[in-house]
Design a protein around this ligand. Structure first.
Ligand SMILES: [Mg+2]
Length: 303
């Protein structure tokens, strides 16, 4: 590793280089099913199930704006993590919550965060089992949630399972999440993901958090392939351009790939199970990417 990399500003090298460097410091571990790089880490348990592990944080000014209704902030903090556990085909279980805040904040704001978090947990049958609080030296707030989940090995779907020729699909509609406050009020696609792994097994799955333009290349790369997307088939929210739908992020929809024969049998059964949510084919996995999508959200660069 060149020493000069360590002297670089994060904003100059970008999130991906930072994360790759940190992961490179971890000793190799052959007992993990999945280490860093998927929606959750996957650790085998002695009972035969696999444990999912996920941590995530909300930063005031990045993931929510000052003055946002506290219950919605708490709801989002939990639901982002549940969305990642759903994207592995799993069931969410136990959460730990860390709050780092400035001392000028009212207890009422933290009370609201917690009420939102407890409500989001109760909606899916998981729970908060502990936490930690710390003071921030300046003004600000960070809410970090770590959660465990469980999945049977047969139902666990990784980002890396897509094969050349598989169809790429998304649930729901994309774009306009931050402008419409859907980024606060979304419901994770837990039931949809569970139904899919049991009824029409995707070859790869992840949730869309940073935007199709960032997340699809990650899925394709993890699967060792490229992608081709039919831009006109991307399902956009009303009033949202295709460019916005690709780059804005915070959709919390599922990004999936299916062998074409599996997708062909899916449509009628999906409509019967989820009449209000579309599942739309938008392209296919290829050997190499011809025309890359515009990039979505990346931490450190968009300052
Ligand atoms: Mg994710």
């Amino acid at each position: 590793m060149p020493d000069e990399l360590l002297t670089q500003r994060l904003g100059d090298i970008g999130e991906e280089t930072v994360v790759d460097h940190l992961i490179g410091l971890l000793p190799p571990d052959s007992t993990l099913v999945v280490g860093p790089g998927d929606d959750c880490a996957v650790v085998p348990l002695e009972c035969g199930l696999w444990q999912l592990l996920k941590t995530d944080c909300l930063v005031e000014g990045i993931h929510f704006l000052p003055g946002t209704a506290p219950e919605l902030v708490g709801r989002k903090a939990i639901n982002r993590v549940i969305s990642d556990i759903a994207a592995m085909g799993g069931h969410p279980h136990d959460a730990l919550v860390t709050l780092a805040v400035d001392p000028d904040r009212s207890l009422g704001e933290l009370d609201g965060w917690y009420r939102g978090m407890v409500g989001a947990c109760e909606a899916v049958g998981c729970r908060i089992v502990g936490g930690e609080t710390s003071r921030l030296p300046g003004r600000g707030a960070v809410i970090s949630v770590a959660m465990t989940g469980l999945v049977s090995p047969a139902h666990c779907i990784l980002r890396s399972g897509a094969a050349k020729g598989d169809l790429i699909a998304v649930t729901g509609r994309l774009g306009g999440s931050f402008g419409s406050s859907r980024h606060l009020s979304f419901t994770p696609r837990l039931g949809e993901a569970r139904w899919l792994v049991e009824n029409a097994r995707p070859s790869a799955m992840m949730d869309l958090s940073d935007g199709l333009g960032s997340d699809l290349p990650r899925l394709a790369r993890a699967s060792g392939g490229g992608y081709r997307v039919e831009l006109t088939s991307i399902p956009c929210h009303p009033g949202v351009s295709v460019e916005q739908a690709i780059t804005e992020g915070e959709d919390y929809e599922l990004l999936l790939t299916f062998p074409p024969a599996v997708f062909a049998t899916l449509s009628g059964r999906w409509k019967a199970a989820f009449p209000d949510t579309a599942i739309t084919a938008i392209g296919e996995i290829t050997g190499e990417t011809g025309e890359p999508l515009p990039r979505g959200w990346e931490h450190y660069r968009h300052e």
